[in-house]
Design a protein around this ligand. Structure first.
Ligand SMILES: *Cc1c(COP(=O)(O)O)cnc(C)c1O
Length: 437
């Protein structure tokens, strides 16, 4: 992999070749599949995406928090190439193979808590969340699933029900799965509550509207991802986890976006010493190959009957090889430390920008999961400014994503191997874009 770590624009964005391909997309790909930035990628590595016109863009998206180890990371490429030449599929439920086992052993080892654990491998984050709910229901013999405002858990039927935001995820796609209950979260910038006060509010909602003895599981992202990188106030997560423990409720941390070094620790729960009963994993797990997992306490994970869990492709051998390469890279290159370095570069730069521009209402995040929330003069969410700034960043050759229930959050998810100079250049470009407004 020899992608030079340099931004380079040789055409406008998107260039003519990408525009032509986009025309073909319109004629062949279902309209429902939206595209943030229509440059067609031909190569990628480190912090750079190369497009079909020869432009080199700075990647602040990591394919939505997936390529934490960078695109085409050497250990991932090598492991995949070796595995794909040996065999591509047997189905672990038919005739097993060692890669699946080794990924489960690795996940049991690196996830929070030193209790005995088990894992199951799946294909997508949504499938992992669905399985966590199945497992929690089998263990507790209860039905109710509690989720939070601003939560995002996927696009399958059950996970649409669990996801907070209507557009674009749910509109017109109902009816949704029953027994899913949404309660308030902790959103310090908006609610001004301390962690314990926000947790007391959430718990009061659960007890009043659901009843503790009906709840199979509470499912929460330690930092809401699609919901706008909402970092809960200190003490919120531990208090919710403690209430779960006291009430026989399975506490599920959805670390699909926050996991694998992204927030400066291997998993975001660790920041407050929270040990989830179950953890859902995907995105950063396998350097870009489709893989997901549920990992958790052995006695809970083993509740479903034999053959109650699985799927044809879950834990595909090529994806497992990639995961072993990605996990080895995260550990040997100490990518959580790189994530902390990224936050140390971005947060001061963004705070300095916010001091000059009232449109930036909040700067927040952890490690390499950083966002700014954009507001108008009255402090109301400003989705129009957000999308304009995102578009201007794209034109400068920088991939940025938006987020937030109100669409007014610009989020940054650089690969953890992003060269610091490239990151500083990206912060300079963002400042230029916002200064020019
Ligand atoms: C992306 C995401 C999911 C869904 O994962 P898919 O692989 O897209 O199904 C679930 N939960 C969180 C927190 C996510 O960020």
């Amino acid at each position: 992999m020899t992608v030079t770590q340099q931004r380079k624009l040789v055409t406008e964005i998107p260039g003519p070749r990408s525009v032509e391909l986009l025309g073909r997309v319109r004629r062949s790909v279902a309209r429902g599949v939206g595209i943030t930035l229509p440059v067609f990628v031909t190569e990628a590595g480190g912090g750079i995406l190369v497009d079909a016109d020869g432009n080199q863009l700075i990647d602040l998206g990591s394919g939505i928090a997936v390529v934490n180890v960078g695109n085409a990371a050497p250990a991932v490429v090598q492991a995949v190439q070796e595995q794909v030449a040996r065999f591509t599929h047997t189905c672990f439920m038919v005739t097993p193979y060692q890669g699946y086992l080794e990924v489960c052993e690795a996940l049991n080892r690196i996830t929070p808590g030193d209790h005995e654990k088990r894992s199951v491998l799946l294909n997508s984050g949504a499938e992992a969340v669905e399985n966590a709910v199945k497992i929690a229901r089998a263990h507790t013999k209860r039905d109710a699933v509690v989720v939070f405002d601003h939560g995002y858990h996927g696009r399958t039927n059950l996970t649409m029900a669990m996801t907070a935001k209507n557009m674009p995820y749910k509109d017109g796609f109902g009816p949704f799965a029953p027994e899913v209950y949404r309660v308030p979260t902790s959103y310090p910038y908006r609610d001004g509550l301390t962690g314990p006060a926000a947790a007391a509010r959430s718990v009061a909602s659960i007890e009043k509207y659901v009843g503790a003895s009906n709840v199979a599981c509470v499912v929460i992202e330690p930092i809401h991802g699609e919901g706008g990188f909402v970092v809960p106030a200190e003490g919120f997560l531990p208090a919710v986890a403690e209430w779960c423990r006291d009430n026989g409720v399975v506490f599920v941390a959805d670390e699909i976006q926050t996991g694998f070094g992204r927030t400066g620790d291997l998993f975001a729960c660790t920041h407050e010493g929270v040990v989830p009963d179950l953890i859902t994993l995907a995105k950063g797990i396998a350097g870009g190959l489709p893989l997901a997992a549920v990992t958790g306490r052995a006695e809970i994970m083993d509740a479903p009957h034999v053959s109650g869990l699985g799927g044809t492709y879950g834990g595909n051998p090529v994806a497992c090889a990639a995961a072993l390469g990605a996990i080895a890279t995260i550990e040997t290159e100490d990518l959580p430390a790189r994530a902390r370095d990224i936050g140390d570069i971005m947060l001061p730069a963004l705070r300095e920008l916010a001091a000059r521009h009232p449109v930036i209402g909040d700067v927040r995040g952890r490690g390499a999961m950083i966002a700014i929330e954009l507001v108008d003069e009255s402090g109301a969410p400003d989705a129009v400014a957000t999308s304009a700034i995102a578009k201007a960043c794209h034109a400068e050759g920088m991939v940025v994503l938006t987020a937030g229930t109100d669409g007014n959050v610009l989020r940054f998810l650089p690969p953890l191997v992003m060269p610091p100079d490239l990151l500083r250049e990206a912060m300079g470009l963002l400042a230029k874009v916002i200064d020019a407004r």
